[in-house]
Every structure is written in C-alpha cells, then in structure tokens.
Design a protein around this ligand. Structure first.
Ligand SMILES: Cc1cc2nc3c(=O)[nH]c(=O)nc-3n(C[C@H](O)[C@H](O)[C@H](O)COP(=O)(O)OP(=O)(O)OC[C@H]3O[C@@H](n4cnc5c(N)ncnc54)[C@H](O)[C@@H]3O)c2cc1C
Length: 419
C-alpha cells in the first residue's frame, strides 16, 4: 500500500532525487535563490530524497580505504534548511506530479512535487557476458568498491599463484586507467615484496583511453609501462569464471581479481520520463536543463545531456559537469516556481585530471585535451581536486548558499573536477 505524505495546502515543493554532486548542489542553489527572495520553507520546501544523507565520492573509488570515500551531508542540509527524506525512488508520475519512494522500513510513500529535479546519477553497464555478474568486481558504487577492496586484502591469506597475483581491468577508459595504475603498488603492499604482481588492461578499442583522445595518450602509455601494466588492445572479454577470463583473441588469463569498468548508463529512473534520450540513456534537456516534454521536471548531473557552450560541446558523465549542472538545475527549478527568468546553463571551461598511480597524474585543458601538467606536479592537482574541489561545503548556511551561486560554475577555477 502506498502512503500519502501529509500535505499542507499552501506549501509548494521542489523535490530533488539523489544526494550526489548534482543533487546536493541543486538543493543548495534552489535554497539560495529562494532565500534571496525571502521565501522560507513554510512557503516553498526543498526536499532531497536519497537512500542516505551522504555524498559518495565516486571519483575516489579507485583509492584505498574506500569506505571513507563518502561525505555526510545531513548537517549541511539541516543548516541550509533543506529537508532530507531517506528513501529510494521507484516511480516518477509526471502526469500526477508525484514520486513514490520506499523508505528504510519498506513503506511505499507518495510525495507530490511542484518542480522535480532528477539527480539520480548513473550506473556502470553490465552486458550479458557469461560469468560477468557472478565473478567480476566493480568500483562503480561504494558497496561494490568496498567489496573489491576487501577481496584484495583477503588475497594475502591465499596461496601464492599466478591467478592470485594477477588483476585484470576490463575497460581502458578513464576509470579503468585510474584503477589499473593504482593496483600494482596496492597489490604489492598486500601480497608482499616477493609476489610477482601483474596487472592487465583489456580494451576493445585499438588505443588506450579511447575517449580521452591522442593528447594525453603518450603520458598515459608511459605511466602504464613504467608500472609494468600490460595492455591488450582490440580485445574484449568473452567469458569470466572464478579463475580468470577468456578473451576474443582466444587468450586465457588466470586471475582471481577481474574488475569491470565497461561504460556508464544514466539511472533507470530516466526511462520513466517521456523524453528523447542519448545513447547512454541521458535525457536531452533545454538550455535551462528542463525536460522539454515535462516542463515541471529538470534533469541534472549524469542523467542529463546538456550543451556546455556555443561551440557545440556537451556535458560528459563527470563530476566537473555535475557540480556545474547542479548549481543551475536547482536555481532554475526555484526560479520557475517563483515565476522569474531561469538561467541558461553554460560551463565554458573543460579540463581533465587523470590519476596515474604512484607515477603521478596528467592534467589537460580544452576539449582537444592538450597536456598542461604531468607526473608529480599533476598529482598535487589531483589530490587537491579529490580532497577539496569535489567536497560539499561546510554546514554553515551563508557560506554554503553563497557557494551554490550558478555564476561560480562559469568561473574557470571554482568548479573543475574531471579537472
Ligand atoms: C570509479 C569512478 C571514477 C570516476 N572518476 C571521475 C573523475 O576522476 N572525475 C570526474 O569528474 N568524474 C569521475 N567519475 C564520474 C562522476 O563520479 C559522476 O559523473 C558523478 O558522480 C555524477 O554525479 P551525479 O550527482 O549526477 O550522480 P551520483 O554521484 O551518482 O549521485 C547519484 C545520487 O542519486 C542517488 N540515487 C540513485 N538512484 C536513486 C533512486 N532510485 N532514488 C533515490 N536516490 C537515488 C544515489 O544514491 C546518489 O545519492 C567517476 C565515476 C566512477 C564510478
């Protein structure tokens, strides 16, 4: 049975689904605009619905001690005057302007909205490769990355063997490269200096980091080679079992640790909105991040494909864009409800910062990804991004709301994450 939340007739409500980068910044930017117009929660309430009041730092899931890679946001929401509801949304009823979520006790609850912001992120795609769901690890979600870390630690208690000492990373994109360059040193410290650690990347394209382009590739290749990471290019995985993989080139590789990083898809909730989608399930949104077919719904973060600039570039599934998109989507949902003009989303500057393990990192700028920094200097930048830029603000209302100003997303230095 679906319970209906008690409604107070005069209160309007902006509901935000998700407490990731885009969701947290949407909530703060909506509250900021309402605050500027002296509208309190007794008139328009901003509500975030997510399983936990914690922002999972997905860009850091390749690092050790992954259980710590989440930042509590309960106190921040409380300080800002954002209502948090623990729940997993199962239904978006665009016609009825309501969502249905399941709360931690298992109760189904219906919650009406006046404006909805969809910020439910993305998931790694798991194709129907035999054995993938049973035997491959993932670092996509916090629980999955924690399981992989626990598995790596457990290898110390296993008998020395080729399979124990070998890790296979399937997918040589951004995430695959970051975990592959992290693993040699991590496995060596777990297995001991004597162990013959081997890390192999399997990539179906004919070059490593296919989506990163030619600019940073020589640096990436150097970093992989210097840490002994092997690459199998133009190769896919055909089958995975408890002891390793078989590839499309007919090779059998023994490994107890296969990590799947093969591509992302927007949250399944996007499928409940009648709207055009791109090849990875993202909703095509207008300049103000509104879903054209459902004008009370805004999509943001990894659920939205939005144009970033006049040159025709579009957002990527990245923290860098989620931080900017969030600041616009919340602002615009609130502006629309107040009947004032919304702001067209722009985020002109684009940069990347890819971690390459103990070797260092590489920083590029622009959509053609021209290398700006590499090695130890770039690693310092990566550490700064991971420990500061992507973190939610402190739970101090004025500071948090000021930081949610959408104009900051246009500022080159303030919102640079896949940066
Ligand atoms: C391993 C890894 C490494 C990455 N590295 C980088 C990097 O170096 N740089 C970079 O810029 N990007 C990186 N990314 C991508 C980046 O993490 C995402 O683009 C970013 O997290 C998107 O933010 P988001 O807020 O849209 O979604 P998310 O951060 O995924 O947040 C989604 C939120 O929605 C909630 N949610 C989901 N479903 C529901 C539901 N049904 N009901 C209620 N709530 C729901 C989730 O619990 C979560 O709170 C990486 C991603 C991964 C997985």
């Amino acid at each position: 049975m679906v319970q209906k939340q008690q409604e107070f007739l005069l209160v309007k409500r902006i509901v935000i689904i998700g407490a990731g980068f885009a969701g947290v910044w949407s909530a703060l930017s909506a509250t900021r605009l309402l605050d500027k117009h002296t509208i309190g929660p007794d008139q328009i309430e901003v509500t975030v619905v997510a399983p936990r009041a914690s922002l999972d730092l997905r860009p850091r899931f390749y690092e050790a001690n992954v259980a710590e890679m989440t930042a509590p946001v309960g106190a921040l929401f409380e300080a800002a005057g954002v209502r948090f509801v623990a729940g997993t949304v199962e239904v978006i009823d665009a016609k009825g302007k309501a969502i249905e979520y399941v709360d931690p006790s298992g109760t189904h609850v219906r919650l009406a909205y006046d404006r909805l912001v969809l910020a439910s992120g993305s998931r790694v795609v798991r194709p129907a490769i035999p054995g993938l769901s049973d035997y491959a690890f993932s670092i996509d979600q916090l629980d999955e990355a924690s399981q992989f870390e626990a598995h790596l630690r457990s290898l110390a208690g296993r008998q020395d063997s080729l399979a124990r000492n070998t890790a296979i990373v399937v997918g040589g994109g951004f995430t695959g490269i970051e975990i592959a360059t992290e693993l040699p040193a991590r496995m060596q410290s777990i297995l001991g200096e004597g162990a013959q650690v081997r890390v192999i990347v399997i990539e179906r394209a004919d070059a490593i980091g296919p989506e990163l382009g030619a600019g940073p590739r020589p640096v990436i290749v150097e970093a992989l080679a210097s840490q002994g990471v092997e690459c199998r290019l133009s190769t896919s995985v055909e089958e995975i079992d408890a002891g390793g993989v078989r590839t499309t080139t007919g090779e059998r590789i023994d490994s107890l640790s296969v990590v799947w990083t093969g591509g992302m898809r927007a949250s399944a909730l996007t499928e409940q909105i009648n709207c055009q989608r791109d090849a990875i399930g993202r909703l095509l949104v207008d300049a103000d991040l509104r879903v054209a077919s459902a004008p009370e719904i805004f999509a943001t973060g990894d659920t939205a494909r939005a144009r970033t600039d006049a040159s025709g570039n579009y957002t990527l599934m990245s923290c860098q864009h989620a931080l900017g998109l969030g600041r616009f989507s919340g602002n615009n949902a609130a502006a629309d409800l107040l009947g004032i003009p919304t702001l067209p989303y722009t985020q002109e500057r684009y940069a990347t910062c890819l971690d390459l393990g103990p070797w260092g990192s590489v920083v590029t700028s622009g959509w053609d990804r021209v290398v700006q920094l590499s090695g130890a200097e770039a690693k310092q930048r990566k550490r700064y991004i991971n420990s500061t830029v992507i973190m939610p603000p402190s739970p101090v209302r004025e500071e948090a709301l000021a930081a949610a100003d959408p104009s900051l997303a246009r500022n080159p230095t303030s919102v640079q994450a896949r940066a």
